[in-house]
Write a protein that binds this ligand. Structure first.
Ligand SMILES: N[C@@H](CCC(=O)N[C@@H](CS)C(=O)NCC(=O)O)C(=O)O
Length: 224
């Protein structure tokens, strides 16, 4: 056992940490705790991550929160020069794409998926869904162009830059992506990797087992 613990049910952004850990072939312990008072906001977990959010990791006593900080840290620790790029400018592009994903598309994809897939059909809001699609349309065109002439964001090989962006927009696989065919192909390539599929299987199972009240709670507390 490597001493790595990943906290958070795979339905949450913990999916990102699980994917990178699988990609790196790490031996880790997954603690699939829930959001809220019975999970991340319980005193024992607040003592580790005072944000009360998921995911967080404990790597041999080193605690880290923020899903993409976790993926970048693990990739740099275990795969320098491979999943984590060696060259300064490739590293900078990795930060660029990671920050871009969080600021430009994370919330929009989340809102869309809640109101297109995850909330009970009668509670889905078509206006919110449409607004979310409008917000992500422009950044999706940017991503589409970035992978139009190369297989991955930094060139010919898959790196943590791809993992971060693909993980953030993973729920977009259920969208009509015909307006961004390169993005669609790239996303399928990324999510088809064995390490991604393994994490996605956990996420799908967690999605299926999530009671509607929890999904409603997620939409309410995040104003989605
Ligand atoms: N920027 C943070 C966001 C973490 C976050 O909001 N996680 C959600 C689950 S995906 C959560 O824990 N929500 C519970 C809450 O807000 O109380 C990250 O990427 O790790």
């Amino acid at each position: 056992m490597s001493g790595l613990r990943i906290y958070g049910i795979a339905r949450t952004r913990a999916f990102r940490a699980l994917w990178i850990a699988n990609e790196l072939g790490l031996d880790y312990e997954h603690l699939p705790i829930e959001i809220g008072d019975a999970g991340a906001s319980a005193p024992e977990f607040l003592a580790i991550n005072p944000n009360g959010r998921l995911p967080f990791i404990d790597d041999d006593g080193f605690v880290l929160f923020e899903s993409l900080a976790i993926t970048l840290y693990l990739a740099k620790k275990h795969s320098p020069g491979r999943l984590y790029p060696a060259a300064l400018r490739d590293e900078a592009k990795t930060w660029q794409w990671s920050l871009w994903a969080v600021t430009e598309v994370d919330r929009g994809v989340n809102i869309w998926s809640l109101h297109a897939v995850r909330l009970p059909p009668a509670e889905r809001d078509a206006a919110k869904r449409g607004e979310a699609l409008k917000v992500i349309a422009k950044p999706f065109k940017v991503l589409d162009a970035a992978v139009a002439r190369q297989s991955y964001l930094l060139g010919d090989t898959f790196t943590v830059a791809d993992l971060n962006v693909a993980a953030v927009i993973s729920r977009a696989v259920d969208m009509d992506l015909s307006a961004t065919p390169h993005l669609r192909g790239w996303l399928a390539r990324c999510l088809d990797r064995p390490a991604a599929r393994e994490a996605l299987a956990l996420k799908t199972k967690a999605d299926e087992e999530t009671p509607p009240d929890v999904t409603r709670h997620i939409a309410r507390i995040n104003r989605l």
